[in-house]
Design a protein around this ligand. Structure first.
Ligand code: ZN
Ligand code: ZN
Length: 335
């Protein structure tokens, strides 16, 4: 008798288990063999025996964990044969530098694990590629109709207008250190902002890593190397955690901004004392999630990593088979 469809791929609380290969996708604890979609800490943990990921993701993990034991690079479009006759292909996810969806093939069945993704343009990574499959395992961080990210050009214009209106101050932008910060800087350059951008020290290494991988961020300066007066009329980028701490006292009357999909929720902006909320996310919004499920056209959709219920209901209303997975430990609070 043939095995039940898709029984070789098992969602467990701490990751997705690829049974014949005895490996895990984005496991939340150390395992012998991990397939990692991207470098964010809730997906890429250290300590695995072998880590299969794109070269960019491996570089990010090396920077974070100061070790690259068992690193096995797979380029976009490349397929790696795993034990148990499982093939894994890494496909752009459009989320951050190096981010990939993983196509798993076994016994004639195709399963795609998206990791985190978005469909909007991002100058720092190649775009999400729609990949036909039987099971589509999608994230749902912003899986509610209220989440509709505006065009990033509008948010850049808001930021630059506020800066121009207060040449004696600075605008301090809180942004996730991996991905969001570099995307915001690259988008500012695309919008014509050529002036030096000042960085909190914690952002420096990741920005340099992006530059080493061919992402042009223009002239970057460290806040620590410059006087308060030098930074008047400038944009300063820091991790969200530094927005309200003592560190910001060295800046010239900062106008506090934050770049996050959560800025859609006023209460979240107020909690962080954000004067200028910028709705910029590296995750798919509701429209992108539902469009992607339609375009992929999988036989089954497995929904995880966020607000599963509304997307599950949407699938049911649109006659698409779906289930919610109960994976633990995935949270992009600042994204
Ligand atoms: Zn992520
Ligand atoms: Zn995530």
């Amino acid at each position: 008798m043939a095995a039940a469809p898709f029984s070789w791929i098992r969602p467990e609380p701490h990751g997705i288990h690829v049974v014949p290969a005895d490996c895990w996708v984005d496991p939340s604890r150390a395992v012998d063999r991990a397939l990692v979609t991207h470098g964010h800490a809730d997906h890429a943990r250290g300590g695995h025996g072998q880590t299969v990921a794109t070269p960019e993701t491996l570089a990010i993990m090396k920077l974070r964990y100061a070790t690259s034991d068992g690193a096995t690079p797979v380029r976009y479009g490349e397929t790696i044969r795993l034990p148990g006759e499982v093939d894994a292909t890494y496909i752009p996810a459009g989320h951050v530098l190096g981010s990939a969806q993983i196509l798993l093939e076994h016994a004639g069945e195709r399963v795609v694990v998206t990791g985190d993704y978005k469909r909007r343009h991002d100058p720092t990574c190649p775009p999400f590629a729609v990949t036909p499959c039987d099971v589509f395992i999608t994230e749902a961080t912003f899986g509610l109709p209220v989440f509709c990210h505006p065009p990033i050009q509008e948010e850049m214009a808001k930021l630059l207008d506020r800066l121009a209106a207060h040449p004696e101050r600075c605008v301090l932008v809180g942004a996730y250190a991996l991905g969001k910060a570099q995307r915001v800087i690259a988008e500012l350059r695309r919008a014509g902002h050529a002036a030096p951008i000042y960085l909190h020290g914690a952002m420096e290494k990741m920005c340099r890593l992006y530059e080493e991988h061919g992402v042009d961020l223009g002239e970057l300066r460290l806040v620590a190397d410059h006087s308060k007066d030098a930074m008047r009329g400038s944009i300063v980028v820091c991790p969200p955690s530094a927005l309200n701490d003592r560190w910001s006292r060295r800046l010239p009357e900062p106008i506090t901004a934050m770049a996050s999909g959560w800025m859609r929720i006023r209460q979240r902006a107020r909690q962080r004392n954000v004067e200028l909320p910028l709705v910029i996310s590296d995750h798919a919004d509701w429209g992108e999630l539902t469009r992607t499920i339609e375009e992929v056209g999988a036989e089954e959709n497995w929904i995880t990593h966020g607000r599963e219920d509304a997307l599950l209901r949407w699938c049911q209303l649109h006659q698409r088979r779906a289930r919610a997975l109960a994976l633990v430990g995935y949270e992009d609070e600042d994204d």
